[in-house]
Design a protein around this ligand. Sequence first.
Ligand SMILES: Cc1ncc(COP(=O)(O)O)c(C=O)c1O
Length: 550
Amino acid sequence: MNEPFSLSLLAAAAALALAWPRLSRRLALSRAKHPSLTGHARMAKRVAAQVPGYAYDEARFFSADAAPAEVVARRRAGFARLAGQLNTRHAKSIALTHSAREGISDLQFTGAYRVPFQFGPYLRQHLGLGSFVQRTDGVMVTDLDGQRFYDLTGSYGVNVFGHDFYKACIAQGSARAAELGPLLGNYHPAVAWNVEQLKRISGLDEVSFHMSGTEAVMQAVRLARYHTRRKYLVRFSGAYHGWWEDVQPGPGNPLPPGRTYTLKEMDERTLKVLRQRQDIACVLVNPLQALHPNAAAPGDSALIDSARRAHFDRQAYTAWLQQLRQVCTERGIVLIFDEVFVGFRLGIGGAQEYFGVRADLLTYGKTLGGGLPVGVVCGKAALMKRFREQRPADICFARGTFNAHPYVMGAMQVFLERLHSEPVRAMLQGADARWSDRAEQLNLRLRQAGVPVQVANLGSIWTVFYTQPSRYNWMLQFYLREQALLLSWVGTGRLIFSLDYSQAEFDAVCQRFVAAAQAMQADGWWWHEAGLTNRKIRRGVLREMLRQRF
Ligand SMILES: Cc1ncc(COP(=O)(O)O)c(C=O)c1O
């Protein structure tokens, strides 16, 4: 063989051998990504930047699926009735929403992302929704017009035990803190008591207080990086952990993904990556993802077809967490359970107890503040320490003006005391079985009514899905509102029940839910041509976007 040629072959082989470990780790990382866009933050950001903004005119609003004239006429009549009904019944709430909207960035944002964007402008022009309310009592919310709704918003998950419970926490907690007032820096004695309770509940050694769930997660990740001296955090596809840069790579974040690996949940290839790499500081788990692993939190703005599914498999998720725990222990990776959403809702011991797996760091928020804003980190002493005695200048800084605010600590103290009261015990006792049974009751009634809607649940956190292809599923949120069922701005993506719902109140919700779906069906929104599939719908929307773009 030609000598220079064999030498260069040898050199190439040697270079490959040297680069192989790195290449193989890179390959393993790619294989551990979920194939959907939720698994590819960088690509998702690029795709999102290309989606053109456009709106349907009136004709297309009612016939985006090319429904026949008779169906379109029914939709139009139904829409006019619905809009008339809501606009009259909630006139004051809607008027204030309209006039305040311009100055409230949040209202503009939530209003724009309540339905798929093409339908938004026509809908907002004709169908008003009020965002202002004046009173809560029991499971009911009253708006400015005196109209009462069943509350299915769960206050973003804060409301686990009912509005009256939190009103009491705030009132009693404020009374306890009143003498001290909002003094910061020194502590109200409630702080020491809360810490003892949280150590007992979490089974961990130390506690730090912050002002929101986002901040608690930031601090947990920062501590993990500080102690492991590694840079990367692993989060799972679709999981929400607040809006801080590193935990929210991809669309929604102006920066490109930084030191975050977004990997596939419940997958052996992810475990392989964790075993192989030396640069992973921590793994963040949001146990709510057990309801829809690897999918983003469901919202009606992305409901362009009926492909969305959800299903909670407790056994499978438990097995996954056990494997994850083992690998993290072997590799010195910090396992963080983000219990900001599910904490205290799955039981006092939270996800750790529910799934029988222990974390190294835990984050809490939402409900733990007893109705006031809070974020909490609980952790092992070695991980919570923010300085090194041997290197006193090498610290992990975390302070916040309002941390451990006396009023928040007071409300938290009442919250933690009341966890052991009889009414709360009764709400938590058998809650899992009760809420799964209730989901089944609703599913049965929906099937009997012949409407293409079902629900899936993780305890009292529910999500709606649709059993036949349609472009109009998101309309259901407005029929639900007509039936006095109040959902959050993400539409039918998430219904959150407070545990104080009696069976009679739940039955009323069920009956109204079915009535809403039947009205929507009667108005023709679920008409679909034979042979329509979700795939065909998606392709059609894609073609439409391409036409707009080019
Ligand atoms: C799991 C999880 N982590 C963190 C956060 C952020 O909490 P906050 O909104 O209080 O910043 C949320 C909020 O929904 C959450 O659900």
